[in-house]
Design a protein around this ligand. Structure first.
Ligand SMILES: Cc1ncc(COP(=O)(O)O)c(C=O)c1O
Length: 403
């Protein structure tokens, strides 16, 4: 595949970017014509009966390698999963837990899929769930570190929260985990593909992601990174043929019933047949993103987000986190946090602004009661200015109506 090198020409590969002003990658990303072509090829091969399993398994390896490159890991440190929650659960279910061990996290800023696994362990093994409150929408890294003790087995955070979408300062947490020997697990569902997520630089031991958001592919495929030193000490809770080292080219039926040799590194978390269609899409999209370079995508998208946040503030609207700063990635949250509410804002004005934008073909979401705009490489300044213009018109007309 020829990769497009000029970031401003990328938009042409995403027809959906012209149909609406698409600011909803935090739900799911737009599909590119690059991914569409790879999927068509897969479907043609399947329909014609020329589908080749060897080739498909090679695709799985290419996707694994591409994801490893994306997060700065080795391919053996990557398992193929269905989604982010499967990766998180694979670690939760496989670490050896003892009664009285604890897990530290900030549930208020977690997606429920990174809360349930820990509540489940509480019920199954009597582990203590130690929770920390957010600070103005941020994960308080210092308080997370302070909540740890010698029974802390795992600490988990989102690299970027789903709402209000701030970037987590992970390094101090990683350092605290390193000092105490706890596993540092991140839910990277919102960051991978948009905001550079480097497991080495960030000191991450485990990372779970799915491909439908910033990776711009389908639901039903995901990746789990597990640092080799950890993975090789872990016996996976589930095991099937792709998690077993059969040796050389041995066929899966060449099973040694006496000696069970787990596959190297995180490969032991692979199970049976893969979602080959999902992997085909992920491979094409990952290669496309790697061709562009997330190190180039990130500053581009963050500058668009800063333009949007700054513009909303100038219009007098409340932007979570205030002025653009290190917390601001690709998600701009507008409104006052509505706590537990999901799909509607507490502030009726914000619900009306949402309706106005949606009515004018802007795609965005409401999460935890705030308007959530989320951007990717297919967005441009004209998108941002269009949303600001629509917002400004709406403010003018609602002020006139109110007066
Ligand atoms: C932070 C975060 N984690 C996880 C998910 C979804 O998890 P899964 O891929 O398992 O459906 C989402 C969004 O849907 C999310 O925003």
């Amino acid at each position: 595949m020829d990769s497009v090198r000029d970031i401003t020409k990328v938009r042409a590969l995403f027809p959906g970017a012209e149909r609406s002003t698409y600011m909803d990658v935090a739900v799911r990303g737009l599909l590119s014509s690059v991914v569409r072509a790879a999927v068509d090829e897969y479907l043609d091969a399947h329909m014609s009966g020329e589908w080749d399993k060897g080739q498909m398994l090679a695709s799985v390896e290419s996707a694994r390698e591409a994801f490893a490159n994306l997060v700065n890991a080795e391919p053996d440190e990557i398992a193929i999963t269905k989604n982010a929650s499967e990766g998180l659960n694979a670690i939760a279910a496989s670490l050896p837990w003892g009664r009285g061990d604890n897990v530290v996290f900030c549930p208020e800023l977690e997606h429920p899929n990174n809360v349930y696994p820990w509540l489940n362990l509480k019920g199954r093994y009597g582990i203590e769930v130690r929770t920390v409150e957010p600070r103005d929408g941020h994960i308080p890294s210092d308080e997370i570190a302070a909540a740890m003790d010698d029974r802390t087995r795992l600490v988990t955070v989102p690299t970027i929260s789903f709402s209000p979408g701030f970037i987590t300062e992970v390094r101090p947490i990683a350092d605290a985990c390193r000092r105490s020997g706890a596993f540092f697990l991140v839910d990277a569902a919102q960051s991978v593909g948009v905001v550079h997520t480097d497991v080495e630089a960030m000191g991450i031991d485990g990372l779970a992601a799915a491909t439908q958001k910033g990776l711009l592919a389908f639901y039903g495929t995901g990746f789990l990174y597990c640092r080799r030193e950890w993975a090789e000490r872990i016996r996976p809770a589930y095991l099937a043929r792709f998690g077993v080292a059969l040796g050389g080219d041995s066929h899966e039926t060449a099973m040694d019933r006496e000696k069970l040799q787990l596959a190297a590194g995180a490969r032991r978390f692979d199970l049976g047949n893969y979602n080959y269609l999902g992997v085909t899409a992920a491979k094409a999209s990952l290669e496309f993103l790697l061709g562009l370079g997330v190190q180039r995508i990130e500053p581009y998208v963050r500058s668009l987000a800063a333009r949007l946040a700054g513009g909303m503030l100038e219009l007098g609207l409340p932007v979570a986190g205030g002025e653009p700063g290190p917390h601001l990635g690709h998600i701009v949250a507008v409104g006052e946090s509505g706590g537990g509410r999901h799909y509607t804002a507490d502030d009726p004005r914000m619900n009306r602004l949402y309706e106005h934008l949606v009515g004018n073909r802007v795609r965005l979401a409401i999460r935890r009661g705030i308007l959530r705009f989320s951007l990717h490489v297919y967005n441009n300044e004209a998108d941002v200015d269009r949303v600001l213009g629509l917002t400004s018109d709406w403010l003018a007309s609602s002020t006139a109506e109110g007066s």
